[in-house]
Design a binder for this molecule. Structure first.
Ligand code: ADP
Ligand code: MG
Length: 540
């Protein structure tokens, strides 16, 4: 039944994962929150109900640049749609408003700031809206990445409508804080919530941990050389985008840097050139992406670990929107973590300066640490990447990958070429690495050898006549230098979380005592050391 409508209006053969459930929910007149990834097909989830229900649908979207494309695409299908935003002059706007009154428009797109216009609010008071669709709904939340105060004003307007429409919200952001905020701020009534479509079968996921700076750049070059088509290399800082672009260019790859520090016209030009395949690689900060709709991006390489997994997936998800095979590769280097800790520390200082209360600061920082931890877990994990992503987002499709996905580095048993990570670790442990000279002493390596021979801490302590605490200390040092000490056997996720929260409260990560003071009295030092070790490990 829904399929027939899909064919009739859009000429598509089948729904993407999750679309039919979301559409059915809206057609059945439930308030709905749909969380689907970029490229998952969210627009259709409000466009099709708009046509089936045959009443006016108002779509709020912050992306003026994309509004016109969407409306053009609908009009090309003979669907009466229009948009009102600041790109139109007063006369055009009045004309469209009249069409809305005459019911000759079925889908009307507006930007959120429209709700500040008295003229527009008057129009709203005169008409009935069947469906109120809020696209990019995370913009309503300060927890999200692009908070827009205008979204708050808009939420209040729903109350003033003469008949309450069905309210449906759409986002690719899956953090619980953001989603709770959307439900609360939009005052969704008993919403049906769907997390769907996060599995992108054509994307292949690879992640590599703990590279050094130069190793990482070399690896980017090696990967880019081996890839067909064009792609994006994301870096955390503007300077790095330029360094990587220069390095790739020197090595014969057509590459260009893109970041918010560049002139607006230049950015538009670069974007256009990339769309036209004039560059093989765009080296960008996250400033590049929103509103870029190049379907045949063949690879997205991260030369820098993002601060959240949803940020990562949003960016990585720009690969392969045409459904053809594409690669998402995350190259993590030691410095990424300290950079994020530095950012979090900065944000604490900033919040203090803004006069935020300690408890407010704490809850924000806790969330940030939690997000960072999820991102690190993804990088460090030895199990299926796809499963980890689906689990994180809470997509029920995760159950299809109990036995792995056959398309990530873990499931493919991928061996990274060039200098292997294992070799780097061994070098470091054996004290070959020049910058770490003298750090890993012979006595530590004695302990490590026994540990590698599967002796327990207790046994090692007996064999070596040293205390268990010392053995633990040795293994932790080895771990910090990159060794495979299974620290997670000694701490639960919940305890780890407690320590991270204590770190946030303590503010000072250089000493253990302030952290210990924030924890229950009987909380073991060893567990604090493990968490601090995890942070340090990634700083090396
Ligand atoms: P999102 O807003 O979730 O990022 P879009 O709504 O922009 O994604 O959809 C991405 C692309 O997928 C669009 O070009 C759209 O026309 C296409 N699309 C959506 N649903 C389907 C479908 N069922 N079959 C084929 N193409 C689809
Ligand atoms: Mg969209």
């Amino acid at each position: 039944m829904l399929e027939e409508h899909l064919k009739q209006y859009f000429k598509f053969d089948s729904f993407r994962p999750g679309q039919s459930e979301v559409i059915q929910s809206i057609v059945d007149k439930h308030d709905t929150l749909a969380i689907m990834p970029t490229g998952g097909g969210k627009s259709l989830c409000y466009q099709l109900p708009a046509l089936i229900n045959n009443s006016l649908t108002l779509v709020v979207s912050p992306l003026i640049a994309l509004m016109k494309d969407q409306v053009d695409a609908l009009q090309a299908r003979d669907i009466p749609a229009a948009f009102i935003n600041s790109s139109l002059d007063g006369r055009d706007i009045r004309e469209i408003e009249q069409d809305v009154r005459d019911r000759s428009i079925q889908i009307l797109y507006v930007a959120p700031e429209r709700f500040k216009s008295q003229q527009f609010c008057r129009l709203l008071s005169e008409i009935d809206i069947g469906l109120f669709a809020v696209d990019e709904a995370h913009c309503i939340s300060e927890w999200g990445h692009d908070f827009r105060p205008d979204y708050r004003a808009m939420a209040k307007q729903i109350d003033f409508l003469r008949k309450r429409p069905i309210v449906a919200a759409f986002t690719a952001t899956a953090t619980p804080e953001v989603n709770n905020d959307i439900v609360k701020r939009l005052q969704l009534r008993e919403p049906h919530i769907y997390v769907r479509g996060f599995n992108r079968p054509n994307l292949h996921f690879f992640a590599r941990e703990g590279l050094k700076d130069q190793e990482r750049i070399n690896e980017v070059l090696r990967l880019v050389k081996s890839m067909q088509g064009s792609g994006i290399v994301y870096a955390l800082r503007k300077k790095e985008t330029e360094e990587i672009a220069a390095f790739l260019s020197e090595n014969g790859i057509k590459a260009v840097a893109y970041h918010a520090g560049l002139d607006k016209n230049l950015r538009t030009r670069i974007q256009q050139e990339f769309m036209n395949d004039q560059h093989k690689v765009i080296c960008a900060t996250i400033a590049f992406g929103m509103g870029v709709d190049k379907a045949d991006v063949r690879f997205v390489i991260h030369a820098g670990m993002p601060k959240t997994l949803e940020g990562y997936y949003q960016e990585a998800g720009r690969a392969g929107r045409d459904g053809e095979k594409a690669y998402c590769i995350l190259l993590h280097a030691g410095k990424d973590n300290s950079l994020h800790h530095f950012f979090i520390n900065n944000s604490m200082t900033q919040m203090r300066e803004q006069g935020k209360s300690q408890s407010e600061i704490q809850s924000v920082v806790n969330v940030k640490y939690e997000q960072l931890r999820a991102m690190q877990n993804y990088v460090q994990s030895n199990s299926c990447r796809r499963k980890a992503i689906l689990e994180y987002f809470g997509d029920p499709a995760v159950k299809d990958f109990d036995k792995g996905c056959k398309s990530c580095d873990i499931c493919l048993h991928h061996k990274w070429s060039s200098e292997s990570k294992e070799k780097a670790i061994v070098d470091k442990a054996l004290d070959k690495s020049p910058d770490k000279k003298g750090e890993m002493s012979g006595t530590i390596m004695e302990t490590v050898k026994l540990y590698q021979a599967n002796q327990t801490i207790e046994e090692i302590a007996k064999i070596r006549s040293i205390s268990e605490r010392t053995v633990f200390g040795h293994l932790l040092e080895w771990y910090i230098a990159g060794g495979d000490f299974a620290v997670d056997e000694f701490i639960t996720k919940d305890e780890e979380k407690q320590v991270f929260e204590a770190m946030a409260r303590a503010g000072d990560l250089s000493k253990l005592t302030p952290i210990k003071e924030q924890l229950p009295e009987d909380f073991e030092w060893e567990k604090i050391k493990i968490v601090v070790g995890k942070v340090k490990r990634i700083r090396i």
